[in-house]
Design a binder for this molecule. Structure first.
Ligand SMILES: C[S@@+](CC[C@H](N)C(=O)[O-])C[C@H]1O[C@@H](n2cnc3c(N)ncnc32)[C@H](O)[C@@H]1O
Length: 306
């Protein structure tokens, strides 16, 4: 990319480089999204995961091409927990907070590789001068954003926060930040646009994609499910009773597609329980492909009726 005129999509004032869907080609929906390579398969072009420049810190993420300032990377995928259970591997866990920035809404644990994305490998900067990313919580998801134009070969580094930093033997003060950036500390930014941009009912102008392939049949045509367009033209399957149709191939019965139920752009494994985006309701994908969700609504997902 060109740092001055990058040819990248934008969202809310930031350039966007999204995670690659683990199943990239429509014809290859049979990819086993459940194996350990899932996380590497989510790495977008222009980045690599390799031995970190930080001594004894394992793998790290490197820019292999120029990445413009203000580029949003992610999201930081993982398993969501409402409470910090003792067995959560905190090493890969971020907390997602309510808008006030104080109360914790849930935790996202990227230790299971089957559920995480490539930015789980971003290490913690040893010094403020090495920091080239800040953390952005946007619509209750965690992203990393570049502070500056990142040159090829540079390791991407973020500040994990004071207590995690302490654990790694690292210290950082507000003054360190101000010395480098000459502005108030913005290492952790919270933005919630869910209320500002309510989902719009599907129209023919709103294209839906799954793994880069537009849906062949307009959603809702069978009357079995309803899809809503969310900001950024992403899609959500609000009501999905039987998992009959693979939107990539239109093959009836998506069992060979490494999953039964389909929600929010992802296949859900049988008997897998997960929180919905509102993190109030949770769903279970049953063995026979039925997605059962609770209906204690508190957010825009009020519109989704099961
Ligand atoms: C979110 S993971 C980052 C990816 C990790 N390097 C890996 O290979 O899976 C966090 C862990 O990376 C290591 N790490 C990250 N930043 C570090 C640093 N500045 N110094 C030492 N270890 C670090 C620590 O083991 C930490 O618990």
């Amino acid at each position: 990319y060109d740092c001055e005129n990058p040819d990248l999509p934008m969202d809310n004032g930031l350039y966007v480089i999204k995670n690659v869907e683990a199943c990239t080609l429509c014809s290859k929906c049979y990819t086993d999204i459940d194996n350990d390579d899932h996380v590497l398969a989510t790495t977008p072009p222009g980045f690599s995961i390799r031995q970190s420049t930080i001594f004894n810190s394992g793998l790290g993420v490197f820019a292999e091409t120029t990445i413009p300032k203000d580029t949003r990377l992610g999201p930081y995928d993982g398993v969501l927990y409402k409470t910090q259970l003792p067995d959560i591997s905190w090493a890969y866990t971020w907390s997602v907070k309510y808008e006030s920035g104080e109360r914790i809404k849930h935790y996202v644990d990227a230790s299971p590789k089957t559920h995480s994305s490539w930015i789980r490998y971003v290490n913690c900067a040893n010094t403020v001068d090495e920091e080239n990313l800040y953390l952005l919580q946007y619509n209750y998801e965690i992203y990393y954003v570049t502070y500056e134009c990142v040159k090829p070969g540079t390791e991407l580094l973020v500040w994990y926060g004071d207590s995690y930093g302490e654990h790694l033997g690292l210290h950082r003060t507000e003054e360190d930040y101000q010395r480098r950036f000459n502005e108030p500390d913005i290492r952790q930014v919270f933005v919630s646009t869910i209320a500002k941009f309510p989902p719009q009912p599907h129209t023919s102008k709103c294209f839906k994609f799954y793994n880069m392939c537009p849906f062949k049949n307009p959603p809702g045509s069978t009357g079995k499910h309803t899809k809503m367009c969310l900001p950024g033209k992403s899609f959500d399957v609000c009501r999905y009773t039987l998992c009959e149709e693979n939107p990539c191939t239109n093959i009836v019965d998506c069992r060979p597609c490494a999953g039964y139920c389909f929600h929010d752009g992802k296949y859900i494994q049988p008997n897998h329980e997960f929180f919905k985006a509102d993190n109030v309701n949770f769903c279970l994908c049953t063995d026979d492909g039925i997605l059962k969700c609770t209906i204690q609504h508190s957010s825009y997902e009020d519109m989704c009726v099961y």
